[in-house]
Design a protein. Structure first.
Length: 170
């Protein structure tokens, strides 16, 4: 389960990076204005990036639950109830994450660039990217896993071979 959460966290971060990616100008604004942050929030919302963060809190709760269950497996039912309660309590705090990401995003672009980016994501091509990018990411994760499985044994074999040439018995 921890491995599944770890993969979920990796996917969430990759999605966030991919969905928030863009070409930043050389000149970065040191402190974004409230208008710039507002534009960034609109862009992030249009791109669906905020949805990517919604899985983080349930993942943290599930990870904590799994740690506690290792010491006392009989607590599963109570942990489910407590987990739901804690989720409700901390869900409003996700806004902090959203605000912080918007501030970072806004710090990478000028107000004009943010306005242009927003216009782009409102365009038909921008909307196509919004709907297509998550599918591309999903397919990329599967392809990357397959590629890693196909090459990892070969890499290990080559390392062992080179270490043997250096006189090491592995």
């Amino acid at each position: 389960m921890l491995k599944r959460f770890s993969r979920l966290a990796t996917i969430v971060v990759a999605c966030a990076v991919m969905l928030c990616a863009g070409t930043a100008s050389q000149a970065q604004t040191p402190k974004p204005t409230p208008q710039m942050i507002s534009l960034a929030k609109q862009i992030i919302d249009l791109k669906g990036s905020t949805n990517q963060f919604d899985a983080v809190l349930p993942g943290i709760i599930n990870q904590a639950k799994q740690v506690i269950l290792q010491t006392n497996p009989m607590l599963d039912a109570d942990l489910n109830v407590v987990g739901q309660s804690v989720l409700k309590e901390f869900t409003p705090r996700l806004q902090e994450l959203h605000d912080n990401v918007a501030t970072i995003y806004a710090s990478k672009f000028s107000e004009k660039e943010l306005t242009d980016i927003l216009a782009f994501y409102k365009s038909p091509l921008g909307q196509k990217i919004v709907t297509t990018e998550p599918k591309i990411l999903d397919e990329s994760v599967v392809m990357t896993d397959t590629w890693i499985k196909g090459i990892s044994d070969k890499v290990i074999d080559r390392i062992r071979e080179e270490m043997r040439k250096k006189g090491h018995k592995l």
